[in-house]
Design a protein around this ligand. Structure first.
Ligand code: SF4
Length: 663
């Protein structure tokens, strides 16, 4: 019996579907959008897209308003050009291609030459080459590689990374790798062939092997469709068509002849990544006319149905809409006939998060297919894996941009701690990078929210190393820079006394220490800072002066309103008689405290009517005496006192002596 078998992996790949959906959404938002080159290699779809407002242009200067980058990606410089033209840019570059861009940018900026195995005229390869910071070459086969090796000995001599066009031929890739490994010293090879492409090619090969004829549907300009045709033609009669119209004329005759040769003909159908399902259905309609066999029709319809069921594959990323959530799982719709389930343990990296807290009905989430049961019609998916993958992508980006990532310390492990980033990536922070001092306890970090810098990423092994210390240093440096920027004389702070010396104290002003000299601690006379402050005290201080170069700040804790001289001037006047306490004895007289902070001098000649030759024989420290204020020098803040003026007849002889007074 004649049979038609449709490849399960035929048609739109994830990246192309995403680009088409993105462009259509942008067109519906903006009315009209432009794509740089055709969005996909299928003229029917391009016409349909054009009708919906998605217009292909070859040059950004021909676009207006909004431009959509297709799944192939573009060189980095194109984004700049788009921005300079003032156009809005919607980026539908396939994430798998984006990953190659990042790899090339990273390694080439570290000094590696870049070898791209692919067609240097293919837009994806042009885009990839546009991310190289240094030398980059593309080769499409062994002879081009040998030519490069023989003509340029310096290329890759120091360091080489190799990537491959996502839709490249697997056999050619294997051959090229063999030569690369032989010729170059320690090349870093990244197998970036897209699994969707590889799987479709393997399936086409197997299908063509068991069929009498293959129909390959795809655009003439689509390299992945042409590759499918190349694979099939080596196994059986193959027709390569862009759409159902291709089944007319010679192709129709060929197929009719084949069908009439036997009652047991097997015809396989596969389609390139740019072929939508409705074109495959149209091919079916024409095939039905040709075959005129109701039974085949039924089988074909079943095949189409089956194709739609299995248009997912393990490892595929899909968008899923949550339709129900219970304690053990979330039920999702992934747009096929499958029932989708995300078990609780696959919803979140945090086992303590309940399904109802992880997702809500109506949420549209990214998932990866982990298991398919076509017989029963269900698939299992994981949101956790996508979160981790996205988390890793964000981690790689954070490393490139030296950004600080937020996370929570989830475990204390041998030699450091594990931090889970907000996006689910697990990061190891060595003890030396934890910010905990050598004799400190790492356990104190358990459960804490921390910021960290990414210092090492091994995407292949999924290993990330971070540094909390580096993030803390950056934050501290930023605080310090802001402090010095905003510092000015007269600025007030409330700081903590961090340390004490005999000449003053050091006060933490919020990351920067300032110094309060002993004489600036208080208006009163003190011999040691400990008489007025303790370490840990909060002190209100004012900036007296600062030197940003030497990173020095001089502070005062004295407040103008507490100035004892002001108080003295308000409360005392010339000729007032005051009770004073002797605070020090000198050869020329005694200093006596009038009020705390203001001492007056009783000159040796003003102590008594009698001649005094030794002050200490008449007065002693601590003694309280009465004296008259005989002079106030406001400018110099000095007071002269006289005991003699209070003795009968002594006033006439009193000679006020001007001498230094101390506040
Ligand atoms: S073939 Fe693979 S890499 Fe290319 S667009 Fe499709 S999913 Fe992306």
């Amino acid at each position: 019996m004649t049979r038609i078998i449709i490849g399960e992996k035929a048609g739109f790949c994830f990246g192309v579907k995403r680009a088409v959906d993105t462009a259509l959404a942008a067109a519906s938002e903006h009315g009209r959008v432009y794509t740089l080159g055709p969005l996909i290699h299928n003229k029917d779809v391009i016409s349909e897209l054009r009708e919906k407002g998605v217009i292909p242009v070859d040059d950004p200067r021909d676009a207006e308003g909004c431009i959509v980058i297709r799944s192939h990606g573009v060189p980095e410089s194109t984004y700049r050009e788009i921005a300079e033209l003032g156009l809005k840019c919607v980026d539908a570059t396939c994430p798998y291609v984006e990953r190659i861009h990042r790899t090339v940018a990273k390694y080439s900026s570290e000094g590696s030459d870049v070898l791209v195995c692919g067609d240097k005229e293919h837009p994806e390869v042009i885009g990839i080459l546009g991310y190289a910071r240094g030398r980059a070459e593309a080769v499409r086969n062994v002879s081009e590689l040998n030519e490069l090796i023989n003509s340029d000995k310096s290329f890759g001599a120091k360091s080489l990374i190799v990537v491959v066009q996502t839709t490249f031929d697997m056999c050619k890739w294997t051959d090229l790798q063999e030569i690369i490994k032989k010729h170059y010293t320690n090349p870093q090879i990244f197998d970036t062939i897209c699994r969707a492409t590889a799987d479709r090619q393997s399936e086409a090969h197997a299908l063509a092997k068991e069929c009498d004829a293959m129909i390959v549907i795809g655009g003439w300009h689509s390299s992945n469709s042409r590759k499918l045709a190349d694979i099939c033609v080596e196994q059986c009669t193959t027709v390569f068509i862009e759409n159902a119209g291709g089944l007319e004329g010679g192709n129709r005759e060929l197929l009719t002849r084949l069908l009439s040769s036997s009652n047991d003909v097997k015809i396989g159908i596969t389609a390139g990544a740019s072929t939508p399902a409705y074109i495959i259905k149209e091919v079916h309609r024409i095939m039905s006319e040709i075959i005129k066999d109701e039974a085949v029709d039924a089988e074909f319809a079943a095949a189409i149905d089956q194709m739609e069921r299995v248009r997912v594959y393990t490892g595929q990323r899909v968008k899923a809409t949550v339709v129900a959530v219970n304690k053990t799982e979330a039920v999702v719709d992934i747009g096929t006939k499958h029932s989708g389930y995300i078990p609780a343990e696959d919803l979140s990296a945090d086992p303590s998060v309940a399904p109802e807290d992880a997702v809500k009905v109506g949420d549209v989430i990214d998932c990866v297919v982990t298991k398919i049961n076509d017989a029963e019609g269900y698939v299992y998916l994981s949101k956790k894996q996508v979160d981790a993958q996205q988390g890793m992508e964000k981690i790689v980006k954070a490393k490139e941009e030296n950004a600080t990532v937020e996370g929570t310390v989830t475990n204390i492990v041998k030699g450091g701690v594990m931090v889970t980033s907000k996006d689910g990536a697990r990061v190891f922070v060595p003890a030396s990078q934890s910010g905990v001092p050598r004799n400190g306890k790492l356990e104190e970090l358990q459960g804490k929210q921390v910021g960290f810098k990414v210092i090492e990423v091994n995407e292949g092994r999924g290993r990330v190393v971070g540094s909390i210390k580096a993030a803390e240093k950056e934050a501290t440096d930023a605080v310090k820079a802001k402090f010095w920027d905003e510092l000015e004389v007269g600025k007030k702070f409330i700081g903590e006394v961090k340390s004490m010396e005999s000449y003053g104290v050091f006060v933490d002003l919020g990351g920067v220490d300032g110094m309060v000299h002993l004489t600036e601690l208080t208006w009163n006379r003190v011999k040691h800072p400990k008489e007025v402050v303790n370490i840990g005290d909060k002190l209100e201080v004012t900036v007296k002066s600062y030197d940003p170069e030497k990173k020095r700040v001089s502070l005062t804790a004295k407040k103008p309103e507490d100035n004892p001289w002001t108080k003295f001037m308000n409360e005392f006047a010339l000729d007032d008689v005051v009770k004073v306490q002797v605070v020090s004895i000198t050869p020329f007289g005694a200093f006596a405290q009038i009020i705390p902070g203001v001492d007056g001098l009783i000159h040796i000649s003003q102590i008594s009517k009698e001649r005094v030759t030794n002050v200490a024989q008449v007065l002693s420290v601590g003694q309280i005496v009465e004296a008259k204020i005989t002079e106030i020098d406001e400018e110099k803040s000095r007071v002269s006192l006289s005991m003699k003026a209070l003795i009968e007849g002594g006033d006439d002889e009193a000679e006020a002596e001007e001498a230094p007074a101390e506040e």
